[in-house]
Design a protein around this ligand. Structure first.
Ligand SMILES: Cc1cc2nc3c(=O)[nH]c(=O)nc-3n(C[C@H](O)[C@H](O)[C@H](O)COP(=O)(O)O)c2cc1C
Length: 209
């Protein structure tokens, strides 16, 4: 599908068809778009949890303010941001660069030091904000890839932080759910699919200088 057609067809689904599941193949492609996402400094300060069993989705219902998507979706993806970027984590990243690109660890030292210094200068709140921003890049890529795969989605921030973190068994001293994305296929009963998109006109959105 042409990507603009896919973006026009995409809307935030309120009710999915509970009888339809996203195939393993389509899911793999969509998740690959998450894996290939760009991130600040390449540090990928997140992990991605995919709730696919009926049991787990059921458990997650109380964590959402409006759970009609959760009770009907095929998969619920939680993008979990990581806020403890300690030297061990940065070290593992550099080991991976060195092995993947077949370069010595020593040659990467200047880059490693500048990254460590940059992260060290940030307060915990700044690290959380920074990590959350990276999660939203993943979210955008997942939504775009899903639209191209003809899979419908609803991005969702309307969850209760403490409840969702607990259900997903997160270590809240180091991580939290940043944002979630429900995947599935729109229900014919979902009237939202018939609404026109409300978007700023070009002249209000873009400024050419
Ligand atoms: C980060 C983010 C969080 C959102 N959270 C919710 C949500 O919790 N529940 C919901 O029904 N829609 C949610 N939405 C959907 C927006 O309301 C929707 O994208 C916007 O109104 C534009 O409509 P459209 O996506 O159908 O084109 C969210 C969208 C984004 C990008």
């Amino acid at each position: 599908m042409n990507y603009l057609d896919a973006l026009n067809k995409r809307y935030s689904v309120k009710k999915f068809d509970p009888e339809k599941s996203v195939s393993a193949d389509a899911l793999y492609h969509i998740l690959e778009a998450a894996r290939l996402s760009a991130s600040s400094l390449g540090l990928q300060p997140y992990k991605i949890i995919i709730a696919q069993s009926a049991d787990m989705k059921e458990k997650l219902i109380p964590a959402f303010y409006n759970p009609s998507q959760i009770s009907t979706c095929s998969h619920l993806i939680a993008i979990v941001s990581k806020n403890d970027i300690e030297s061990k984590y940065i070290g593992a990243y550099f080991t991976q660069i060195s092995e993947t690109r077949d370069v010595s660890l020593e040659s990467l030292n200047p880059f490693r030091e500048s990254i460590s210094k940059h992260i060290d200068r940030l307060s915990t709140e700044q690290v959380i904000t920074w990590a959350d921003k990276q999660c939203y890049i993943v979210l955008g890529n997942l939504m775009f890839a899903a639209a191209l795969e003809n899979v419908d989605t609803c991005p969702m921030e309307g969850f209760k932080q403490d409840i969702i973190d607990e259900i997903l068994d997160l270590d809240i001293t180091k991580e939290k759910v940043a944002v979630t994305l429900a995947l599935g296929y729109r229900s014919e009963e979902d009237d939202f699919q018939n609404l026109k998109k409300v978007r700023k006109p070009n002249e209000k959105l873009f400024k050419f200088i």
